[in-house]
Design a protein around this ligand. Structure first.
Ligand code: FES
Length: 119
């Protein structure tokens, strides 16, 4: 068995920012991000990051995720390594997250998910 330390895996730098979009869809009527245009937001973010030249190692990665267990705040996305959660509404919100947070490192306070909102 390998004795690889966690240090290399935890080392900063492969991506400066990594954003995950919940795209989970539920068919039982419970709240889910897919019902709030999460796929369109994900596509928009990916396109805007690419267009801004921000995509790639050392820069930004945009990924799909399943349920992030904060469904009542949905649609949600989370940016690491900061662990900043966003509840967005439309394409303008996505553009602001890309420009402010992913490009300039400034959290978009007005879109931050309220701490008390969970599943
Ligand atoms: S369905 Fe999106 S956080 Fe649960």
């Amino acid at each position: 068995m390998s004795n690889t330390s966690c240090e290399s895996a935890a080392a900063p730098g492969y991506y400066q920012h990594h954003i995950f979009f919940c795209l989970n869809e539920r068919s039982n009527g419970e709240a889910c991000c897919a019902r709030h245009n999460a796929q369109a937001a994900f596509d928009r973010c990916k396109a805007q990051v690419r267009a801004a030249g921000l995509a790639g190692p050392g820069k930004v990665r945009v990924n799909k995720a399943g349920c992030l267990d904060r469904c009542s705040a949905g649609p949600v996305a989370v940016v690491y390594p900061e662990g900043v959660w966003y509840s967005y509404v439309d394409a303008d919100d996505i553009d602001e997250i890309v420009e402010s947070h992913l490009r300039n490192g400034q959290v978009v306070e007005r879109l931050v998910t309220p701490a008390e909102l969970g599943r």
